[in-house]
Design a protein around this ligand. Structure first.
Ligand SMILES: CC(C)(COP(=O)(O)OP(=O)(O)OC[C@H]1O[C@@H](n2cnc3c(N)ncnc32)[C@H](O)[C@@H]1OP(=O)(O)O)[C@@H](O)C(=O)NCCC(=O)NCCS
Length: 180
């Protein structure tokens, strides 16, 4: 990436606002979802996840630059663990730190809810996402065979350090902009 591209990315990063996903955002989220996944979530899936967020079983955030939604991500809470259900950034806005910001915000939410660990599944072929997750301390813990479309394996990753003070320090360094 050129120095100019990095500088422009940095400037737009500073405009990013993170806030809860609402029903009114779904139409703008869908094109990113379709650009991101071979089997994208439907509007109905997003609406039902938003419903579950109201009862505290989920937590979804969007990242926006002005009125433009540029990314989103969310958590499902299962006892003491928080499962990253989805995280995606508009293709034209990738490599600008937006997923890092979203994941850091979500990790702080999980910490505030006294979760002990974060977990997720990721396609074996999705090296970009795996690199992002490694930065957050996720490590591979197993494989779900043919998890995606009954064809591609999923790597199950866990980050078990959530309750440690050192992890909070790491998060703050990784993304100082995220709300603690
Ligand atoms: C994975 C994804 C969410 C990353 O979003 P992003 O906003 O571009 O990520 P960031 O800019 O915060 O990147 C943080 C780090 O992740 C790693 N990373 C991100 N994209 C990468 C890529 N294409 N190749 C290699 N590493 C990558 C890098 O270490 C990067 O740090 P760097 O830019 O300083 O090198 C984005 O590529 C995406 O939306 N993909 C489609 C949806 C998806 O696969 N979601 C994950 C499902 S499990």
């Amino acid at each position: 990436m050129s120095v100019l591209a990095k500088l422009l990315g940095r400037q737009s990063f500073e405009r990013i606002v993170v806030e809860p996903l609402r029903r009114r955002h779904v139409a703008a989220v869908l094109p990113i979802e379709h650009a991101s996944y071979p089997a994208p979530w439907t509007a109905g899936v997003f609406q039902s996840e938003i419903e579950l967020a109201r009862s505290g079983e989920r937590h979804y955030l969007i990242a926006r630059d002005g009125a433009e939604i540029v990314g989103y991500g969310g958590l499902m809470f299962v006892i003491d663990d928080a499962h990253v259900t989805n995280i995606a950034v508009a293709p034209s806005r990738q490599r600008q730190g937006i997923a890092t910001r979203l994941l850091a915000e979500l990790a702080w939410v999980a910490i505030a809810r006294n979760c002990q660990a974060l977990t997720l599944e990721v396609r074996v072929s999705n090296v970009a996402a795996q690199a992002l997750y490694r930065e957050f301390g996720f490590a591979p813990a197993g494989v779900r065979k043919k998890y995606y479309e009954s064809v591609e394996d999923a790597i199950v990753m866990w980050c078990n350090d959530l309750a440690l003070p050192a992890y909070r320090h790491h998060l703050a360094e990784l993304c100082p902009e995220a709300t603690r």
